[in-house]
Design a protein around this ligand. Structure first.
Ligand SMILES: Cc1ncc(COP(=O)(O)O)c(C=O)c1O
Length: 434
């Protein structure tokens, strides 16, 4: 079958949600056939600079050689094993990973996706505290399973029916669209006070945890203001509740440090990792402390999936971790991030439509507005710019509360020429609409 016949078969036989296909429906988009490093190629041989790193899972570069080689070798040795017992790659990964986080984080559970790591985090938090209330930021995204959909307010859509109980939205500290003056230091304090006031009323004495992304990604590349996570953690401690940080998109070097929490002076009680953890293969982790793990396991907790701790997934995770540490991925993310930020700030000078430039390292966003004074979201323009860039060979995603934020996640192997080429493609698209 040629590609057009295959595409037609896909239209008949695949389920492709509208949200998942982003601005250009899959039926009209490229059919990817191969990739290398920061580029991906379609069936017509066209190259795209992948500033989305796939679904952010190929941030180590497509087909990362170290991960590919480790998996190739591992497949002939131990692909899968019962998760009732330890397997060697799982043990090696647990030990290596534990060296990377700060005390008191010490223990990991390996599963497959970001969503299931967050489900595990909620379950552990609820069991460890003996409470059920969960708070989440109102622009958060933590996954598309029913439990994580309940805490993913950035992705709420009508028609999904009731979700899990005792979940509460609290206001995200979104400086660019804050309901209070966001100029001074600590501007977010009234929002946090409202958050705790709501939580104290909605689940009095029964708050188990608040889950947060240290930099909100799908909700619009929103940075947690300095001091916010520290104050959130302090407020939770006062209430005997836990802080869960979802580092799916921010961990393992992406923001220029091994973990984003290190930039905020807090260590969470529970952290989740996924996305590029497996170097392109599915593996995730829920990480926590000895006391939380012990309390959660009391009374006999049965948890896991058929592919929990799969040796081959752990092999990929280990190779990816080796790459992150030995190649100093955090430094690469800082360098790429600095150059990209420079280009984006130049575009902000040039085009009034570029209302805000934000993010860190290899996770940055550009918020498009029709008018800098009113900040009216440039939603249609964002879609047109996306389409133009796709046509010119640049992939990224359009996210945010109003879907007017261009989100860029270049792989850590992106070279300077590729950064400048991507910025030039974006510049042309902006120029056509100015
Ligand atoms: C912050 C965050 N958490 C969790 C998830 C869900 O991960 P997965 O799609 O692997 O279930 C995502 C996915 O984009 C995410 O951005």
């Amino acid at each position: 079958m040629d590609i057009e016949a295959l595409r037609a078969a896909g239209a008949r036989h695949l389920i492709q949600g509208e949200l998942l296909s982003d601005v250009v429906p899959a039926i009209d988009g490229p059919v990817f056939v191969r990739a290398a490093g920061a580029e991906i190629f379609d069936a017509d041989g066209r190259a795209y600079l992948d500033f989305n790193s796939g679904q952010m899972c190929s941030a180590l570069g497509h087909n990362n050689p170290r991960v590919t080689e480790a998996v190739r070798k591992g497949l002939g040795v131990l692909t899968h094993a019962s998760s009732v017992y330890f397997n060697e790659p799982q043990l090696r990964l647990a030990a290596r990973l534990a060296e990377t986080f700060d005390a008191p984080l010490s223990r990991s559970l390996f599963i497959q996706s970001g969503a299931d790591s967050n489900e595990a985090a909620l379950l552990f938090a609820r069991r460890a505290t003996g409470r059920t209330g969960i708070g989440a930021l109102h622009l958060s995204f933590h996954g598309y399973t029913d439990v994580t959909r309940a805490i993913s307010f950035a992705a709420s859509t009508a028609g999904n029916g009731p979700s899990i109980p005792d979940v509460h939205a609290i206001p995200a500290p979104y400086a660019y669209r804050a309901p209070v003056d966001a100029d001074g230091e600590g501007w977010w304090r009234p929002l946090l006070a409202i958050a705790f006031d709501l939580l104290d009323r909605e689940c009095p004495g029964n708050l188990a945890a608040v889950i947060a992304e240290p930099l909100i990604s799908a909700g619009g590349v929103i940075e947690m203001p300095p001091g916010y996570l520290m104050a959130l953690k302090a407020g939770l401690e006062e209430r005997g509740a836990l802080l869960i940080l979802d580092e799916a998109q921010t961990g393992l070097g992406k923001l220029g440090t091994m973990y984003a929490y290190q930039q905020h002076g807090v260590v969470p009680d529970i952290m989740t990792l996924s996305k590029h953890f497996g170097g392109g293969l599915p593996v995730s982790a829920m990480v926590t402390t000895d006391p939380v793990a012990e309390r959660a396991l009391e009374g006999g907790l049965t948890f896991g999936h058929s592919h929990s701790s799969d040796p081959i997934a752990c092999t990929a995770g280990l190779a990816s971790l080796d790459e992150i540490i030995e190649e100093d991925v955090p430094a690469k993310a800082r360098a790429i991030g600095a150059r990209w930020r420079e280009r984006m700030e130049e575009l902000q000078q040039q085009f009034p439509m570029v209302g805000d430039v934000r993010g860190r390292g290899c996770l940055q966003g550009v918020e498009l507005v029709r008018d800098r004074a009113t900040r009216e979201p440039a939603v249609r323009e964002a879609q047109e710019i996306y389409r133009d860039c796709l046509g010119d060979g640049l992939l990224f995603s359009v996210r945010g509360q109003h879907r007017n934020v261009l989100r860029f996640v270049p792989p850590f192997c992106t070279g300077e020429e590729q950064i400048d080429r991507a910025a030039a493609i974006l510049e042309r698209a902006l120029a056509r609409r100015s």
